[in-house]
Design a protein around this ligand. Structure first.
Ligand SMILES: NC(=O)c1ccc[n+]([C@@H]2O[C@H](COP(=O)([O-])OP(=O)(O)OC[C@H]3O[C@@H](n4cnc5c(N)ncnc54)[C@H](OP(=O)(O)O)[C@@H]3O)[C@@H](O)[C@H]2O)c1
Length: 279
């Protein structure tokens, strides 16, 4: 049986890079998206580029029957999934403490925790039959460091880390490993089209001098999702150029001349540039 991976939210950006990384290593790839058409286009691009089998799935968020339908389809094609990468996320941008409705708040929690649990459980059923597998959460350093107006997002990412550890414990006996990648800022399309000074700010603060490319996150997901990390479970791999290790941001002298956000323009994480430098 060929090795296979399912990546959620993988039609572009980080998710597409992760799916491509596994395809490059010869894995067959299943792509999840809320838009089936986009998933199919991305699957064809990966199949054409790497010569592997790839299939796209339109997904209904937080719908267990839909998750079962997808995993039944994967099984029906003769696969038992080897790796699940949980990349899709509700970013819960601009959710102000006094204004956010409970519906909006719970939407983030349901997506980033409940839906990921549903997906993990169906994947683990196949992995258990297979004698093992790997589940990788694409989490965030906001699980530890809060950013403004993202209360449900931060809560969901912290909660997902607890869930990751609990799953690692419960599934270890079946040789199913569960780990998390914690990106800091990633150079997404949103990020690159942002107000220039804001774009520079986190890079100035970053000990390694720059924030992550999609491929940096994909490499980390590949490590945790493949046999390279076969004795690793319940861990967090932070990919943020060293931002998390600082008590407070140190700006090297040579970067001091660069200006920082001075007005309320939006950064990648949807917060105002003045008050935030991370996502
Ligand atoms: N960007 C950053 O700086 C950063 C920093 C730290 C952590 N992260 C984490 O890294 C992962 C990828 O980040 P990204 O910035 O590349 O993500 P993104 O493009 O905002 O989202 C990834 C995919 O998730 C799906 N998605 C978006 N909103 C959703 C919603 N409300 N419900 C369900 N699915 C939704 C979308 O796929 P479809 O439209 O195809 O469904 C989207 O392409 C996420 O887990 C994010 O939390 C990102």
């Amino acid at each position: 049986m060929r090795q296979s991976v399912f990546v959620t939210g993988a039609t572009n950006g980080t998710g597409f890079a992760i799916a491509s990384r596994f395809a490059k290593e010869g894995y067959d790839v299943f792509i999840g998206s809320r838009t089936e058409e986009n998933a199919c286009v991305a699957a064809k691009q990966i199949s054409d580029a790497y010569g592997v089998f790839a299939k796209g799935y339109g997904m209904k968020v937080y719908d267990e029957a839909d998750v079962i339908r997808i995993f039944d389809d994967i099984r029906g094609m003769g696969y038992k999934l080897n790796t699940l990468v949980l990349n899709a996320a509700n970013l819960g941008i601009r959710q102000q403490f006094f204004d956010v409705s409970m519906e909006e708040f719970m939407d983030v929690i349901h997506t980033n925790m409940g839906w990921n649990f549903m997906l993990s459980r169906q994947a683990a059923i196949q992995m258990k039959e297979n004698g093992g597998g790997a589940i990788v959460f694409i989490n965030s350093n906001t699980a530890y460091r809060a950013i403004p107006d993202r209360i449900a997002y931060s809560a969901s990412k912290s909660g997902a880390l607890g869930m990751m550890r609990a799953m690692a414990l419960d599934l270890g006996r079946y040789n199913i490993r569960v780990n998390a990648v914690l990106p800091g800022m990633i150079k997404t399309e949103r990020w690159l089209t942002n107000y220039n000074d804001c774009r520079n700010a986190p890079s100035n603060y970053t000990p390694l001098g720059d924030i992550a490319e999609f491929e940096d996150i994909a490499d980390a997901a590949w490590y945790l999702g493949s046999a390279q990390s076969r004795n690793v479970t319940g861990t967090e791999l932070v990919v943020d150029g060293g931002n998390m290790i600082q008590l407070y941001p140190i700006i090297p002298e040579e970067r001091e001349h660069m200006s920082f956000c001075d007005k309320g323009s939006e950064t990648d994480n949807g917060a105002t540039g003045k008050s935030s430098s991370r996502s």
